[in-house]
Design a protein around this ligand. Structure first.
Ligand SMILES: [Zn+2]
Length: 309
């Protein structure tokens, strides 16, 4: 059997438990499924890993509790869940969860008003490329404007409760890691804010779970675009051993343990899954060749144009 490279996989919302069961069983047949502690030992204590796979879930959406956790127990597969103690304790949505049901065209108009620009070149740029170039304060300003003008209330919370988080933690199967307080694109925030977002999320989870928090996932997670050395330094100061990006690659000893790549999976059959696991790094290139500029290309373009609120 072909050996797969050591891989961390990243999921977000899981709407379909049947698809999830298929993915987990496929992964289990291809890999040795390991916990985050094994990856920590690999980087810090010389543990050898071969054909290893660790699965992670970002944000703490309630679909993890209802659609994934029962399968993890049944199949005895360990996982890491990255959450914000603030979103869970206050029953809050992150900004992208809040706008999930909004009319994207109308919402884009509000953003352009905020940016105060009406450039026809910006027409085809996807909504997320604008939002992911903004800081939290400006994102929430636009959300408030939208809610006021559309006469719509806050979106019901989509995240797990603190009781569910504690149950997941106590299962011994799910490791809890930090994911900031409010899910900013850290690089868009000033030094003090970026530092507080990281530090408070680690502290809050420590208190909530009465446990050490050693792992972290960067919101959005693109190295250089969403975080850089500044964020890694704050994590180091706060005792984080492993931090995960969303760079679509397998991992090895050459990676900095505070910048470990993860492959994202959100759909697909067995062939697609194996393609992404083996040649995932070509996937982005392929998408660009077929579909033209992608979200991050537009973000870089907007940065060059200095289109920021
Ligand atoms: Zn996230």
């Amino acid at each position: 059997m072909k050996l797969f490279p050591n891989t961390v996989i990243n999921f977000h919302v899981v709407h379909d438990p049947i698809w999830m069961e298929f993915v987990l069983k496929t992964l289990k047949s291809l890999f040795n499924m390991v916990s985050a502690q094994h990856i920590e030992s690999y980087y810090y204590s010389g543990e050898k890993l071969k054909n290893a796979c660790h699965i992670t879930f970002d944000d703490g959406h309630q679909s993890f509790y209802y659609n994934v956790f029962p399968l993890l127990k049944e199949l005895r597969i360990p996982a890491t869940l990255f959450v914000s103690p603030k979103a869970i304790l206050n029953r809050e949505n992150f900004w992208f969860q809040e706008i999930g049901g909004y009319n994207r065209q109308i919402f884009k108009k509000f953003i352009k008003k905020q940016i105060n620009i009406n450039n026809s070149r910006l027409q085809k740029i996807p909504l997320n490329s604008f939002l992911k170039n903004m800081d939290l304060e400006n994102i929430w300003k636009v959300i408030e404007q939208y809610q006021k003008q559309m006469n719509t209330g806050p979106t019901p919370c989509v995240n797990i409760t603190s009781e569910q988080l504690i149950e997941l933690h106590q299962s011994g199967l799910v490791t809890i890691g930090a994911h900031t307080m409010n899910h900013p694109i850290l690089k868009n925030e000033k030094d003090k804010m970026a530092s507080l977002e990281i530090q408070k999320s680690i502290e809050g989870l420590k208190i909530l779970l009465n446990a050490d928090i050693k792992y972290f996932a960067y919101p959005n997670g693109v190295p250089g675009l969403d975080f850089d050395e500044r964020e890694m330094e704050v994590l180091r100061e706060n005792g984080i051993a492993l931090a995960f990006s969303t760079e679509n690659k397998s991992f090895n000893k050459r990676n900095n343990p505070l910048n470990i790549p993860r492959r994202g999976i959100s759909k697909g059959n067995r062939i697609f899954l194996i393609f992404k696991l083996l040649w995932g790094q070509h996937w982005d290139k392929l998408k660009r060749t077929i579909g033209g500029k992608q979200e991050n290309d537009y973000r870089l373009m907007l940065k060059r144009m200095e289109v920021l609120p």
